[in-house]
Design a protein around this ligand. Structure first.
Ligand SMILES: N[C@@H](CCC(=O)N[C@@H](CS)C(=O)NCC(=O)O)C(=O)O
Length: 219
């Protein structure tokens, strides 16, 4: 039995989507991002920092979406979505896998600033503008690659497209999609994938991002 612990719209979407790409059977347990259920002792026993995703698999629990991605493709290599030691694309695959969290850190700060901090006096327009600009710079790295090909690696779609692809999906709420046409087209290709659509259907009611776009206010 594989069980994914998931919050709608959170990084656990990466795992939800990837497992559909891999055609795995699994069950999903959903939590609210806001109601402190991730801080309950039962959940902390699974994910000690109280974060999603956590994945129960092969008789243990794993947390950290990048590690989960690597574990899933290594233990189930027939899916063809990993690039293993000896593969010419191994280094690029690893770079993209971890670069997804460079994108993730800016998204996390922007989410905190725009959404989690509820009172205006808690928010910093400077941080919002700075982080949106930094996120745009990160997206430009993706843009330069996907303007030349459909997926991040020359050989085709792989698990790193799910890790980066989740970031691209959320980043569009903070950086106008029109600024990065190649990323916009890449997102269109990702969103067209049956496994992505299945993951969107199973994601659960949107709770974190209620707006399509969050503009950084002027000072
Ligand atoms: N680097 C971790 C980050 C996990 C993480 O921070 N997830 C967020 C959701 S996107 C979370 O669980 N936040 C809940 C909280 O901080 O209370 C990963 O990729 O799994």
């Amino acid at each position: 039995m594989i069980r994914l612990h998931h919050c709608p719209q959170a990084r656990s979407f990466r795992t939800l989507w990837l497992m559909h790409e891999m055609g795995l059977d699994f069950e999903t347990r959903r939590y609210s991002f806001f109601d402190k259920s991730l801080r309950q002792p039962d959940y902390l026993a699974l994910s000690p920092a109280g974060r999603v995703p956590a994945l129960e698999i092969d008789g243990r629990v794993l947390f950290e979406s990048g590690a989960i991605t690597e574990y899933l493709v290594e233990t189930r290599p027939d899916c063809g979505l990993g690039r293993f030691p000896g593969d010419a694309e191994r280094a690029d695959w690893l770079e993209w896998l971890h670069f997804a969290e460079t994108m993730g850190q800016h998204i996390a700060i922007l989410t905190q600033q725009h959404i989690v901090l509820r009172e205006d006096w808690m928010k910093s327009p400077t941080v919002m503008r700075l982080e949106a600009k930094r996120l745009e710079k990160v997206l430009e790295v993706v843009d330069r690659v996907v303007e030349r090909r459909d997926w991040l690696l020359p050989s085709g779609f792989s698990a790193v497209d799910t890790n980066i692809g989740y970031g691209v999906m959320i980043a569009r709420r903070f950086v106008p999609a029109a600024l990065l046409p190649a990323v916009d087209a890449y997102y269109g290709r990702l969103a067209d994938r049956p496994a992505f659509r299945k993951a969107v259907e199973e994601d659960g009611p949107a709770e974190i991002y209620g707006r399509d776009f969050y503009e950084a206010p002027n000072e």
